[in-house]
Design a protein around this ligand. Structure first.
Ligand SMILES: Cc1cc2nc3c(=O)[nH]c(=O)nc-3n(C[C@H](O)[C@H](O)[C@H](O)COP(=O)(O)O)c2cc1C
Length: 171
């Protein structure tokens, strides 16, 4: 898929078929996520793949009851490894680790789209509940729960609102 076409045609998909995602395909999505840049090339991010139904239910509850999180056959929690980045970058490391995880999440979404999967970046959740459910250390911050599955909807492209001053050019 042409990259610009992929960027323009990707949508957040929240309705999925129940059939599972093969493990090899899931692993290829992680490989794609890992192509993302990272501060100092430290890859200060982690991935937790969840297909277990009870755990999906728990994560959906942590995400304020968002049903598509429970219904997706696969969830990938992308986490910022704050310690890994802070060792080199001190207090700036927290921000870098979050940016590392964000960049990886975007690559993951595009790879999923390229593979014909539907995916949604879910950021509305209770950090502590997710951390507890996934047994994450205190310095590992869950950044996104990406819900994935074979799409059961094809939503229209949402409008992008433009704000005054959104783009400025110092020439
Ligand atoms: C940081 C972030 C957090 C988001 N959190 C949620 C979420 O918790 N639940 C959800 O359904 N969508 C969530 N989304 C998806 C947005 O709603 C979606 O990207 C936006 O409406 C634009 O639609 P599009 O992705 O189809 O272009 C999130 C997206 C981002 C980037």
């Amino acid at each position: 898929m042409n990259l610009i076409d992929a960027l323009k045609s990707r949508r957040s998909i929240r309705r999925y078929q129940s059939r599972p995602i093969p493990k090899d395909l899931a692993k290829s999505l992680i490989d794609a996520a890992q192509t993302a840049p990272s501060a100092g090339n430290l890859s200060a991010r982690r991935y937790v793949l969840v297909s277990n139904e009870d755990m999906r239910r728990l994560l959906a509850a942590a995400a304020y009851g968002q049903e598509h999180i429970e219904e997706a056959p696969l969830l990938i929690a992308v986490c910022a490894d704050v310690k890994a980045s802070s060792v080199r970058y001190g207090s700036r490391g927290g921000l870098y680790a979050i940016q590392d995880a964000d960049a990886a999440t975007m690559c993951l979404l595009l790879a999923a789209h390229d593979a014909g999967l539907g995916a949604c970046w879910n950021g509305a959740f209770d950090d502590d509940m997710v951390r507890e459910a996934l047994h994450l250390e205190d310095d590992v911050l869950p950044v996104a729960i990406v819900s994935l599955g074979w799409p059961e909807e094809s939503p229209a492209r949402p409008e992008r609102t433009r704000r005054v001053g959104e783009v400025s050019w110092i020439d």
